[in-house]
Design a protein around this ligand. Structure first.
Ligand code: AMP
Ligand code: ZN
Ligand code: FE
Ligand code: FE
Length: 288
């Protein structure tokens, strides 16, 4: 079997495996290729790519960006980010600054609710450049304010709770252009989280395609077979690539396993071969 997982996180954002540990786990699971797609950062990519070369695992350098959408949540993956991007780092630096401001607001909200956490404690908890709610959740658990991570989100960090502050996001068009400008292949992550019915989703994906979207993550940990089939049908109809990923976060999402999702996820290397052929057709580098 030749399997892949094109959506994973490391300690560069809110995953709990270092890039090297992620690569070792992928090899142990028997995967042939992974994409490393941390939120808003490329920090983990050099280590992941080096470990991949060392261990004989194909590592596609990527990232994941949250974008504005009126309902649900829309995330965009960029695959084949070059080692020396032209402008993408400026965009990511800007997002990191916005995250810092948001984290300060969340900590101020928690403080007002009687839960004091300092920014120094937060930066000490995170090991990477992208610091988000999962890191604050870890601190809430460690301080005994929350029982576990889901409890921290339910009582303190999700919309409608005392700690919550919204995250500023790029417009979909700006995120897609920032990635395309680097020659990345751009994938709509987990279309299930858009919470749209089939017809509206198809309309949304068509608009994203007109902005430069290349594919859709039809195979995903939380998708039922019926959902995967429906998303695959949209890809076929619109001439888009299909992608596949678990959204592995290590122990921050303990029920999601690398390359296996909730257990039944299987993604063939054929999907990656199709992406590479598509990139070659566009004159873009397709090997690592
Ligand atoms: P942020 O980008 O800082 O808003 O954090 C989003 C991250 O928080 C996502 O990657 C999710 O994995 C995680 N997350 C969101 N909701 C929950 C939840 N209810 N329980 C645990 N993790 C969550
Ligand atoms: Zn995450
Ligand atoms: Fe996501
Ligand atoms: Fe993700």
């Amino acid at each position: 079997m030749s399997e892949i997982d094109l959506h994973t996180h490391t300690t560069a954002s809110d995953g709990t495996c270092t890039p090297s540990e992620l690569v070792s786990q992928a090899v142990a699971v028997g995967l042939r290729a992974i994409a490393v797609t941390d939120h808003d950062t490329l920090q983990g990519l050099p280590e992941a790519c080096a470990a991949g070369k060392d261990k004989g695992l194909e590592v596609i350098p990527g990232c994941e960006l949250s974008v504005e959408f009126p309902q649900g949540s829309m995330h965009i993956l960029g695959l084949w980010i070059p080692a020396r991007p032209k402008h993408l780092q400026d965009t990511l630096d800007y997002l990191t600054k916005l995250r810092q401001q948001r984290n300060e607001t969340i900590l101020a909200n928690l403080h007002a609710a009687g839960v004091p956490i300092t920014y120094a404690e937060l930066t000490a908890t995170a090991t990477g450049t992208t610091i988000g709610r999962p890191h604050i959740a870890q601190l809430l658990v460690r301080k005994g304010v929350a029982r576990d991570l889901p409890d921290a989100f339910i009582n303190w960090l999700r919309p409608g709770t005392k700690g919550y502050a919204p995250k500023a996001k790029l417009a979909p068009r700006d995120a897609i252009l920032a990635l395309k400008n680097e020659g990345a292949t751009v994938i709509l992550a987990h279309p299930c989280t858009l919470k749209q019915d089939h017809a509206d989703l198809e309309e949304t994906i068509k608009k994203l395609k007109d902005m430069g979207l290349d594919g859709v993550e039809s195979i995903y940990s939380m998708h039922s077979q019926a959902q995967t089939n429906a998303y695959a049908a949209i890809c076929k109809k619109l001439g888009l690539l299909e992608s596949a990923g678990s959204d592995f976060h290590g122990t921050n999402k303990p029920n999601i396993h690398l390359g296996r999702g909730k257990g039944g996820l299987r993604a063939s290397y054929v999907l990656l071969e199709r992406m590479k052929a598509y990139r070659q057709g566009l004159g873009l580098p397709a090997h690592i």
